[in-house]
Design a protein around this ligand. Sequence first.
Ligand code: PLP
Length: 431
Amino acid sequence: MKQEEPILFQKYPNLRNRVPWIPLLTNVPTPIERLTELEKEFKLDGGEIYIKRDDKNHPIYGGNKLRKFEFIFGKVLKKKKKGVVTNGGIGTNHGLACAIICHELNPPLKCHLYLFHQQLTWHVQRLLLLFDYFGVKLHLGKGMIGTFVKFLFFKLLHPKYFLMFPGGSPLFGIGTSLGTIGFVNAAFELKNQIDQTIIREPDTIFVAGGTVGTAAGLVAGCKLLGLKLKVHIVAVSTSLTSNPSAVKRNANKAIKYLRKKDKSIPNIKINEEDFVFITGYLGSGYGIKTSRGQNAVDKVFELEGCKRDFKLETTYTGKAMAAMFDYLKQEENKNKTILFWNTYNSNDLDKYLKETNFQYKKLPRKFHKFYEESKFQCWQITNCPEDIKKSCPAYLNHEYRFWKITDCLLDEQKQRKALEVLKSVIKLEDA
Ligand SMILES: Cc1ncc(COP(=O)(O)O)c(C=O)c1O
C-alpha cells in the first residue's frame, strides 16, 4: 500500500507544501522483527535484538535510498527537471536506486551516472548490467576526483538536470538536506512503533555510515523526539565522508532546513555525545570484503535471513552487523535492546539480470574490460555448456559462491577448478 504522507508532516503540518515530497515507499511503516535466533547465539540475558526491515520498502528496489528519494525526487519534480545526474563507484547501490526511480516515474526521467573505479567484484559486474537495463547513460571517469569534476561539468552544461551528490547526502556541508530528512522522518516512524508497543525504546540502533545521511537523519530525528537511545554508526567508507563531524554537520543542516520551514520545530543542536561513531570495520577501503563482514553476512543469513527472506551484503550492512556482533559479545550489553537498521535491498533483482542475458557488450566499450579481466562465477570459469548453465540456479544468481547455491552438474574436475579459482579470487581481508 502506498504511504499517504510522511509522519513528519502530520506532526508538523506547516511542513506540508513547504518541503518537497512524492510517495515512493510501499510497506510502511516498515516492519520491525525480533531476531530470537541471534539472541540465543549471543546468549543475551534480558536483552532483545530487532531488525528494521527497510529492505522491501519499494516494489523493485528497497533500502535506505528510497527514504531519501521521496524528498529528493519531490524537489526534482517540483523543479521540472528532465533528468538526474549522480556519481559513485562502479558498484554504487545509490546509482542503481536512482536509475530505477528515474525509470519508474511517469513520465520517466533521464539518468546519467558518473562512475569511478572500485574493487571489481561480481556485485559490480551485475550492477553495470542492471544500470543499462534500467536505461542509464553510463560515464566512466578517471579516479574519484577526476570523475567528480566531470560530473560537475555535466551539470554546468545541462542545467535541466538535477545534480545529486553521491549517496543523496550533502558533501562537506554542500548540497540538499532532503535525503537526510527522509531519515528524520524514519525516526518519527520508529517513535510511532515504540508508542504502539511494537518495540520498547531500544538502547541502541546500529546502522552503516557511508555518506552518513542515513545516520545523521536518525540521530537528528531521535533527538527531536527526545528519545534516549544512542545511534551507533559504523564507518563503512573512508574518513573523507564517513566521520563524526560529517554526521554532526548533516544532522544540524537538516534541523536548520526544517526550522526554516517551520519555526515550531525545537531548536536542537547535535553534538558528538548524541551518537557513537565506530571505526575499525572498513578494511583497507570502501567496498573491500572483510572476514568479519562476511562472517556476519553468513551468520545472519543462516540464523535468521533464510527464514525471513533478507540477506546482508559485505560493503555496508555486513560491516555494521560485524560491529554489532562485537558489541553483543560484551557482558555489559547482554541486557540491551538493540535495533539493527537494515539499509540494503532484499527484493530479487536476478530476474532483471536474467533478461540482460549477460550481454555486457551492449555497455559502452570502456566498461567491457570489467568483464574480460576478471571472472567471479563458476559458469564464467568452466565455460559451462548453455543447457546446464541456463537451468542452473547458480547462473546469474546474486551469490558469488556457487557451492552455496547448488549441486553442480558438471564433472568433478571442472567443479574443483572453479572452486580453486573462485576461492583465490574472492579474498577476504583480515579486518
Ligand atoms: C546498503 C546501504 N547501506 C548503507 C548505505 C550508507 O548510507 P549513507 O550514505 O546514507 O551513509 C548505503 C549507501 O549507498 C547502502 O547502499
